[in-house]
Design a protein around this ligand. Sequence first.
Ligand code: NAD
Length: 292
Amino acid sequence: MTILDGKATAAALKKEIAQAVQHIKDNGGKTPHLAAILVGNDGASETYVNSKERDCREVGMNSTVIRMSAAISADELLQKVDEINRNDDIDGLIVQLPLPRHINEQQIIEAIAPAKDVDGFHPLNVGRMVTGLPSYVSATPDGIVELLAHYNIETAGKHCVVIGRSNIVGKPIANLLALKATPGDCTVTLCHSRTRDLKSLCLQADIIIAALGKPEFLTADMVREGAVVIDVGITRIPTGTENKFRLVGDVKFDEVSLKCRYITPVPGGVGPMTRVSLLKNTLKAAKKEIFG
Ligand code: NAD
């Protein structure tokens, strides 16, 4: 069994990104710049945005966090998005989700200029990704594909079972792995909460991608010998000590890992790859690689 070390792989990719950023600067180019809008003060969102800022700093990119009150109106947020869309110094824009309930997330996602949509959530980028055109691919599925590529894991002709059909993980990774590409060329089964007999589908899988957000859901009896298991889940479980928690994946690692050929750990698997993919997209935005 080989552990797919997302932490080490992401560190190597980060170095390459830092070198590319330095190259742009050495040649008199503008420093790549990521802006993040954070609405309200949700603890997890705050942590994610802080780590995105830190990642940018580490590779020499500029980052700006725009903090807005949870009470702002959708119009005020749309105005801010429009302002950033028109700011030539900012290459990439993310709006940290979830947004307060009174704001329609889809409306905000669609207001982001596709050329700055480094989260890859805009329908134009999603459509381009599904048709195999150059696009910003959302960070988690992109990170998974990078990890499979880094470890030269054969995917062509393999049966991949994806558990979870969210717009940010399940649906895009299912589409990416079904593309005529490397990694790709998989036969994909996309499963969700209404799927019947998930266990028998999982037992037919060469590759399982667990992205449902249920701690230790995937157990050894659902996995066949030699499978590749990618654990996307992250659930914070309180340790009992004040404000302390541990991160638990969707896979029962101790028992599933004994049957796998490859498996990602939690933490240190998909998480770091997700973070580096956002940097990758920001670099692409700065170089105007997708939309010219
Ligand atoms: P979501 O909550 O939006 O969707 C969950 C999906 O799982 C749904 O499509 C639902 O139908 C399916 N599901 C729920 N129960 C099921 C069951 N019993 N059987 C089969 N399918 C079931 O989830 P999401 O936003 O895609 O996140 C999933 C997990 O991945 C969460 O733990 C989240 O924290 C984590 N996540 C991790 C990263 C990362 O960087 N590692 C990034 C995004 C999300």
